[in-house]
Design a protein around this ligand. Sequence first.
Ligand code: 5GP
Ligand code: ZN
Length: 116
Amino acid sequence: MTESDCLFCKIIADEIPADIIHESPDAIAFRDINPQAPTHVLIVPRRHISTINDLDESDTDAVGQLFLAARNIARQEGFAEDGYRVTMNCNAAAGQTVFHIHLHLLGGRNFTWPPG
Ligand code: 5GP
Ligand code: ZN
């Protein structure tokens, strides 16, 4: 399913450019336009799913693929052992701004907890 007004569907369809660093049948990953860490990558399922609230049982493999991609990219970027953060925001209170689910992969610096 593609949503014609969805920014990430347009990146997946090659209609908007992005710095894509990983592609698989189920997911793509590209660098965030406004990075919050030395490495800030967004890992996105090809299928349009608006929020975590819209997931169903058939999405479990697609979501698992996002985490495997995060693991692989963290290794490639060289911070897998030092540590990194993955985050998925859901709806307004968490600050979600693009309504096509995406895993943020942030690495290359130390992070604090709790997050802001
Ligand atoms: P959210 O706030 O929904 O969790 O994350 C959306 C992310 O998408 C933000 O970190 C924002 O910087 C990023 N973003 C927004 N527009 C674009 C774009 O056109 N290209 C890329 N590469 N990232 C974008
Ligand atoms: Zn979409």
